[in-house]
Ligand binder design. Structure first.
Ligand code: PEP
Ligand code: MN
Length: 241
């Protein structure tokens, strides 16, 4: 896989210095798409919720410094409107795949410039529900949608050590529908040890892109510390893929 097709970066933007250091490393590897969450959809309301608008600014500045593009999630249309110029790829998270009002607003807002959207599959959605969610956006004219598989929840999660079940064969189904597929191995597995082998499988099944969480010191990360690769592990991934 061409390194330009890997979206990489931390789960959350935590500080200006943190995102700058990561973007410096990733751009040195040839990565173009820099991810980083600023509006975080956390299960626990008392946990870190992201830096918000200032986080988008840090992400944008770090990306521009190294000629990269920004990928970040918006949770409501105001998040997008306030930060529109700083977001190159608009991420709709798994939890918002069925937020039809948001999908419609994003569709209308991007109808003219056709800004790139990354739509994540709701972990409880069927493939046709996922495709229909995309139509909520594309009906207004923006068909630039990457369909991101990020693991689904199955009975396996009763006692599995994996956060979700990697929906690998769904890649084949989305390809049949001529969709551009991104596979997010980090959230699908929830464990860094599994990220490289599952990414290999995704690529061999035809995923055009990967999304990988990377930061300098995963153990100290404020979110998703179990699944983020450190710099060395990311180098190993790109060597093997
Ligand atoms: C993310 O990519 O930061 C994220 C929160 O993922 P998901 O919506 O797939 O849980
Ligand atoms: Mn994450």
């Amino acid at each position: 896989m061409n390194i330009k097709n890997i979206i990489a970066g931390p789960c959350s933007v935590e500080s200006k210095e943190q995102i700058e250091e990561i973007s410096k490393f990733l751009s040195g590897q040839g990565v173009v798409y820099l991810r980083g969450g600023c509006f975080k959809p956390r299960t626990d309301p008392k946990s870190f919720q992201g830096l918000g608008d200032i986080g988008v600014k840090y992400l944008y500045e770090a990306a521009k410094k190294y000629k990269m593009k920004t990928v970040t999630e918006v949770m409501c249309i105001d998040d997008l409107k306030r930060n529109y110029k700083m977001i190159d790829v608009i991420q709709v998270g798994s939890r918002n795949m069925t937020n039809y009002s948001l999908l419609k607003e994003i569709g209308k807002t991007t109808a003219k410039d056709k800004k790139q959207i990354l739509l994540k599959r709701d972990w409880c959605a069927t493939i046709s529900e996922f495709l229909k969610a995309g139509e909520y956006i594309s009906q207004y004219g923006n068909n630039n949608i990457w369909y991101c598989l990020r693991g689904i929840r199955t009975f396996e999660q009763i006692d599995s050590c994996q956060r979700f079940t990697a929906d690998l064969s769904s890649i084949l189904e989305l390809k049949e529908q001529k969709k551009k597929v991104v596979f997010d191995s980090s959230h699908a597995c929830g464990r860094k040890e599994f990220v490289i082998p599952v990414s290999k499988a995704a690529v061999s099944l035809g995923a055009e892109m990967l999304m990988i969480e990377v930061c300098k010191e995963p153990r100290k990360a404020k979110t998703d510390k179990e699944q983020q690769l450190d710099f060395k592990e990311f180098e190993k991934l790109i060597k093997e893929i």
